[in-house]
Design a protein around this ligand. Structure first.
Ligand SMILES: Nc1nc2c(c(=O)[nH]1)N[C@H]1C(S)=C(S)[C@@H](COP(=O)(O)OP(=O)(O)OC[C@H]3O[C@@H](n4cnc5c(=O)[nH]c(N)nc54)[C@H](O)[C@@H]3O)O[C@H]1N2
Ligand SMILES: Nc1nc2c(c(=O)[nH]1)N[C@H]1C(S)=C(S)[C@@H](COP(=O)(O)OP(=O)(O)OC[C@H]3O[C@@H](n4cnc5c(=O)[nH]c(N)nc54)[C@H](O)[C@@H]3O)O[C@H]1N2
Ligand code: SF4
Ligand SMILES: [Mo]
Length: 756
């Protein structure tokens, strides 16, 4: 029997540490890794299935070039790199590098490869980029930056009250050890688990208080709770005065909210509002988590702002059991961000916008729903080329048909992936990457507090023949673009012989020139000298240095030694050895100045865009329901066996019917549709046949479809087939948030028709 090797599950952003046993190229056994510093042996049901990812039948094993007849031919790596570099630099020279856009850069389990794309983007003069965060988290990120100066995460292990809004952690995880955490909160009589969800989800079944809001009305419900707190003098006035600024207008507005009317509009009985307010009023150990149920619904940005208030008005910030700003090495947010300027009246001015439609760019990301209109136009500044890496936007973003048109209209589309995806099918060049179990990998999903962690995963297997890890792909592209000749690297190869500090000195010789290419230089110069063949980890040395410089005390407290750059270097070297991950920082909970990032160290509550929106709630405006589309579809529910499009083989699912459309029997019966029947689901954008499943946990008037299905996948004989419904054939680009353009995937107007 072969040994169990530490790695992590790549199927959701919890990235639980696992031990994997490999035989004949297959991951044959998986169990939780008790040595992982945060997951501590926990896994959900999905980790055991990762071999379906590793050995998918549509894994790529050669670079591909599209022929004139639309089929692909295999080409060698040398040809692929030369031609891709020539096509993209041609676009740059003719139209400008800002007409080439980058999309993706990593999924649930891989961020290291995309981190090396920076050098290619610099060499090509690329300016715009985006990824899936710009269809879920940009509203949250915008309001969090404006108010707190960063993104937050709750201390669910020590809270008294947990408010989970539009999220079903039982199935979607995302919080470490989610199922254990939910059960503990549920069982403990001194703790209150509050879930906002129109559906009686698995998490809602465990809740002390389940707020079964009418879909899309969470803002009214939350405004009612906040207003109740203010009107009954239950906010922490003293804490607000000491730690925040600009709350006068906010409190005035909340004083005038008609609490009972708002609760009624959201379908929440007043005693529930009172119960939530009472639970919150007795503590500042309040942890909040919001996710897609509200982030992909109308009023999502306002909802995120109100969610910040849920903890700030109770002083539940920078306290044990409360909320904390994320501090880790690297960040999934803010890459390339240039925030606007906030004027004296609390409005943001001079923010970055997209080149064609003028959409607001938040945290550097162009709204996903705006991408097709940035391409399908004759505007001179339109996007003409794209590099898409580790993402499947032709499937995952709203209106797949429009996305296919847009991607096809590009002059050049390059896709870097492990599998022949719906997006790769549309590419001019497909570059095959080694899988996440065949190379060094890591994510920047490290949100823990007071002790934060990092996990550099070692490979379990060699790269599949014909594939390359992304750091190598990007480095070859940089070289083909002519930025660095071999002799340019000679001083770095020489310096690294004296150690990392000497290498850093060599970079400092011409920092303005080398800085944008730091990842590349580290990979080529430092990479080959690293233990375990961990060349791909080389760029992390920069992240470690920056982190240790930003907060040396936290790194010292975690047990690392050294002054100046040596502290970061020691942290980096420890990372290379810690195969199950390690604690990299430990905050001083009593006195943590890094948590107070706004001018004057005060949370800025006057975000006037949101306060104006808050006032507009009094008009009770909702997207109109029509007779043509009387039902509401939540398009993309996380279930026992869904994992975005990372898992492409339908055989990975063990349970019954995770592919079906769930609907309350009351609605189905009224339509004359029986359980397990096939019916026609129609939206303004399209229609599809679906398998119907009765589920009385669904709120009447609503339906739900799982996410990540409807993939085109070969059976054992090589013939492609589709299992389940690709929800984005039904969604519309126009149904989006007015501020940040995030889609309303959980709020799609639809009808269901019996099949004759
Ligand atoms: N099993 C599994 N786990 C995953 C993933 C996966 O594909 N499969 N994907 C990962 C990713 S990328 C993400 S972003 C997370 C997402 O994790 P979640 O946000 O938890 O996922 P969803 O199931 O899409 O939506 C959560 C809930 O929102 C509810 N909802 C629908 N409409 C509304 C509404 O108007 N208000 C409220 N309050 N709730 C509403 C739905 O009933 C659902 O229970 O999951 C991650 N984990
Ligand atoms: N209607 C609807 N649409 C949704 C959602 C919804 O709820 N409803 N959810 C949305 C959400 S929250 C998200 S996060 C997105 C997710 O959608 P995407 O961001 O498009 O990402 P994934 O489906 O996670 O796919 C990741 C891609 O990475 C590839 N890959 C895996 N490993 C590697 C690797 O090592 N290297 C490279 N280069 N590629 C690799 C996989 O083959 C896959 O093509 O979907 C969104 N779409
Ligand atoms: S799917 Fe998420 S929660 Fe489940 S084992 Fe994998 S990383 Fe952990
Ligand atoms: Mo996501």
């Amino acid at each position: 029997m072969s040994e169990f090797i530490p790695t992590a599950c790549n199927l959701c952003y919890a990235n639980c540490g696992i031990l994997a046993q490999v035989e004949d190229g297959h991951i044959v056994k998986v169990r939780g890794d008790k040595n992982h510093p945060v997951s501590k042996g926990y896994t959900c049901n999905k980790a055991a299935q990762i071999d379906f990812y590793q050995n998918g039948r549509d894994r790529l094993s050669s670079p591909l070039r599209k022929k004139l007849d639309g089929t692909f031919e295999e080409i060698d790596w040398g040809t692929a790199i030369t031609e891709v570099a020539a096509k993209l630099s041609g676009l740059r020279d003719t139209h400008g590098g800002d007409k080439i856009m980058y999309y993706g850069g990593g999924g649930q389990g891989n961020h290291l490869g995309g981190a090396y794309s920076g050098a290619v983007r610099e060499a090509l003069g690329m300016r715009y980029h985006s990824n899936a965060l710009a269809q879920e988290k940009t509203g949250l990120s915008w309001v969090s930056e404006r108010t707190l100066g960063g993104m937050w995460h709750g201390d669910f292990d020590h809270c008294d009250v947990a408010l989970i809004i539009g999220k079903n952690p039982w199935q979607s995880n995302g919080i470490q050890r989610a199922r254990i955490m939910l059960r503990d909160l549920s069982k403990d009589p001194d703790k209150t688990l509050i879930i906002f969800d129109p559906r009686k989800s698995e998490s809602a079944e465990l809740a002390d208080i389940h707020l079964a809001v009418k879909p899309g009305t969470d803002v009214w419900c939350i405004a009612a709770i906040l207003a109740y707190l203010v009107q009954h003098d239950l906010v922490d006035q003293q804490w607000l005065a000491e730690h925040t600024e600009g709350y006068d207008r906010l409190l005035d507005q909340l004083r005038s909210v008609p609490v009972e009317d708002y609760a009624d509009f959201a379908d929440i009985p007043m005693p529930q509002i009172e119960a939530v307010a009472k639970a919150m009023a007795s503590t500042n150990r309040i942890a909040v988590y919001e996710d897609l149920g509200i982030e992909m619904s109308p009023n999502s940005t306002l909802c995120s702002y109100l969610n910040v208030l849920l903890f700030v008005l109770r002083g539940a910030f920078d306290v044990p059991g409360g909320m904390h700003l994320i501090s880790g090495i690297g960040s999934i947010y803010g890459f390339g961000a240039s925030p606007g300027v906030v004027d004296d009246d609390g409005y943001e001015r001079e923010y970055q916008t997209s080149p064609v439609s003028g959409a607001r760019v938040v945290t550097g990301l162009l709204p996903c729903n705006a991408i097709p209109e940035e391409i399908l136009t004759d505007h001179p500044d339109r996007i003409r080329g794209m590099i898409i890496e580790s993402a499947n936007p032709a499937h995952s973003l709203a209106d797949s048909a429009k996305f296919r048109d847009a991607l096809t209209a590009l002059d050049t589309l390059v896709v870097i992936d492990v599998a022949m995806t719906e997006t790769a099918q549309l590419a001019d060049y497909v570059l095959p990457a080694a899988s996440q179990y065949e190379k060094f990998e890591a994510t920047f999903f490290n949100f823990e507090y007071p002790e934060n962690f990092f996990h550099l995963r070692h490979p379990l297997l060699p790269p599949r023949p014909g594939t390359l890890p992304e750091p190598e792909i990007h480095s070859r592209l940089v070289e083909a673009l002519g930025v660095f000749e071999p002799e340019d690297l000679a001083p770095f190869h020489e310096a690294v012989k004296q150690g990392i500090p000497a290498l850093l000195q060599a970079v400092l010789q011409d920092l303005p020139r080398y800085q944008p290419y730091l990842g590349y230089i580290m990979y080529r110069a430092l990479g080959p000298t690293l233990p375990h063949g961990a060349a791909s980890a080389a760029m992390l040395v920069g992240s470690c240095l920056a982190f240790a410089e930003r907060d040396p005390h936290a790194v010292w407290r975690a047990g690392f030694e050294g002054q100046g750059p040596m502290l970061g270097i020691n942290l980096f070297m420890a990372m290379l050895e810690a195969k199950s991950g390690l604690i990299i920082s430990s905050a001083d909970v009593e006195n943590d100045p890094t948590q107070w990032r706004q001018p004057g160290g005060k949370i800025q509550l006057q975000m006037s865009e949101m306060l104006d929106d808050l006032e507009e709630l009094k008009e009770y405006r909702m997207p109109e329901r029509t007779d043509e589309f009387p039902l509401l579809l939540a398009a993309g529910e996380r279930r026992l066996y869904t994992a975005n499009t990372i898992m492409r083989d339908p055989d990975w699912r063990k349970s019954n019917n995770p592919t079906s459309l769930t609907i309350n029997p009351i609605d189905a019966n009224a339509l004359g549709i029986t359980d397990a029947a096939t019916a026609r689901l129609v939206t303004k954008r399209g229609s599809l046949n679906v398998l119907v499943e009765f589920d009385d946990r669904m709120q009447p008037g609503t339906m739900s479809l799982p996410n990540g299905l409807g993939l085109n996948y070969p059976d054992h004989t090589g013939v492609n087939g589709i299992t389940g419904t690709s929800t984005n054939e039904l969604t519309d680009l126009e149904d989006r948030d007015k501020w940040v353009g995030t889609p309303w995937h959980k709020h799609v107007r639809a009808r269901l028709e019996p099949l004759q």
